[in-house]
Write a protein that binds this ligand. Structure first.
Ligand code: 5GP
Ligand code: MG
Length: 462
């Protein structure tokens, strides 16, 4: 039972429209997870939760939203792969223990789950889900400290890996970013009330002002008394996930101190400098390749064209749980424009190749539409190493850059006339104007934290 969490979180404290704003916040984070979503709301007396499988627009409607009353809320959108696509894993979780009730929404993957869960189970803990987030709850209620935030610190000190988390109890909204800062979290203000969200695109949507990003290792506590920041953990080298910038975050978001769209454009610029080739047009595989393709085209002076149009009414193909479903997804998602492509020498810019399965289908479609030459350019290096921090590259064998010996081999497999990837150096230069550090383990194999033998696996798996 594989479990990868790639999610989005949103929370707001003491606002009369908390439920509606959380709904909107989740809408803007839908790209971070289409499998399930949910919301937990405090109505002054009780914490209530509503979660379900599917998109935000499917899980919530006028009448369910009306039932959720309260001024403080957290929400979650969730993406997962095969095995854990079940309702009981949908977040936020709400639990009651020893007269306290609280709720958690988690983005990221803990890497010492097996060890922690085994230990807790030996001590008698009963688990309801297959999620690592539940482990944090057990650790939290075991702490002997009095204050919730102190108990939380105790719990998190035992956790390794990636976590951006929101907690809601009867008095407080708490946000945490792990000491490495793998996943983003930002703080905003709406009508004088505090908001926490994975990405700033949520703040834009609800007209909230951006205050700042939460630092790696920082805990933010919002209560009736105001806002408090703590940095209780040992300082680590910041390692935000570079793949958030390359692919995952929305281009209109500002994360890790940068504008995602402009970072992607710079990646495209660097790609053109490293791998120029003569051609009639530059196109992207929409939407994820758009920004890099624009950067590429601007840099080399070959015009950008729309060679393919995306159907926006289906989800991300990657999210379909089985390989078979993924194949169907590709066919309905993108359609080439024959009149543009016929007889042309085309540079196709794409943000990344992971398994290589969807790319092959798209290239075939471009070829069938009449393109004479296809030169593919990828705005990151080959992905060779699994991610243990929440991105869905779990298995070395599944990554095409490991399956095939050479880049020429990959070019042949996906059916292009030439294939070039941005170099690791080029990527770091493009992303990192001012000496910041990132986690680039999926490209370099250099993991910022210790990776245990069964990292990323749950105790349930045998
Ligand atoms: P592949 O050819 O490897 O099957 O798919 C490559 C495509 O997947 C690219 O269009 C890229 O934008 C997209 N992609 C890369 N990483 C992810 C991810 O984590 N989730 C989803 N949904 N798509 C991804
Ligand atoms: Mg894409």
């Amino acid at each position: 039972m594989a479990k990868k969490e790639y999610c989005g979180v949103f929370g707001i404290f003491d606002h009369e429209l908390a439920v509606d704003l959380t709904y909107l916040g989740l809408y803007s984070l839908q790209h971070r997870g289409e499998e399930s979503c949910g919301m937990a709301v405090f109505n002054g007396k009780k914490l209530r939760q509503l979660a379900g499988m599917g998109l935000v627009s499917e899980v919530f409607n006028q009448s369910t939203l009306k039932k959720l009353k309260g001024r403080t809320a957290i929400g979650h959108v969730r993406y997962s792969t095969t095995g854990s696509s079940i309702l009981r894993n949908a977040q936020p979780f709400v639990i009651s223990h020893n007269k306290i009730s609280f709720s958690i929404a988690h983005n990221g993957n803990l890497t010492n789950t097996v060890k922690l869960r085994r230990k807790l189970e030996r001590e008698g803990a009963i688990f309801q889900t297959t999620m690592d987030s539940e482990i944090v709850l057990h650790l939290l209620v075991r702490s002997q400290k009095k204050l919730f935030e102190d108990r939380l610190e105790d719990a998190l000190r035992q956790c390794e890996g990636a976590y951006t988390m929101l907690f809601l109890n009867e008095e407080k909204l708490i946000g945490v970013r792990d000491p490495y800062g793998f996943r983003p979290l930002c703080l905003g203000k709406k009508d004088g009330k505090y908001v926490l969200a994975s990405e700033t695109c949520s703040l834009d949507l609800i007209d909230a002002e951006f205050v700042r990003e939460i630092d790696p290792g920082e805990i933010v506590i919002v209560s009736k008394d105001g806002i408090e920041f703590r940095k209780p953990f040992e300082k680590q080298k910041p390692s935000p996930c570079i793949f958030e910038l390359i692919y995952f975050a929305r281009p209109d978001s500002h994360i890790f101190d940068d504008c995602v769209h402009l970072v992607r454009k710079r990646l495209g610029t660097m790609l053109a400098r490293e791998h120029y080739t003569d051609a009639d047009m530059v196109m992207s595989i929409p939407d994820s390749g758009n920004c890099a393709a624009l950067g590429y085209s601007e840099e080399c002076g070959i015009p950008f064209e729309i060679g393919m149009v995306r159907n926006h009414y289906i989800g991300r193909t990657f999210i379909q749980p089985s390989q078979e479903m993924r194949k169907h997804g590709v066919k309905i998602k993108l359609n080439p424009i024959k009149e543009v492509l016929k007889g042309k020498r085309v540079i196709v810019v794409e943000d990344s190749i992971v398994r290589g399965t969807t790319t092959g289908g798209r290239i075939k479609a471009i070829r069938d539409a009449g393109a004479k030459e296809i030169h593919m350019r990828i705005s990151c290096p080959p992905i060779k190493f699994p991610c243990f921090y929440g991105i869905d590259f779990p298995n070395r064998k599944e990554l095409i850059a490991n399956q095939l010996e050479s880049i020429d081999g990959i070019a042949k497999f996906i059916g292009v006339d030439s294939l070039k990837y941005l170099s690791l150096d080029g990527m770091l230069k493009a992303v990192n104007g001012c000496g910041r550090s990132f986690c680039d383990a999926c490209f370099s194999g250099k993991y910022p934290t210790k990776i245990r033998k069964r990292a990323g696996k749950l105790a349930l798996e045998k």
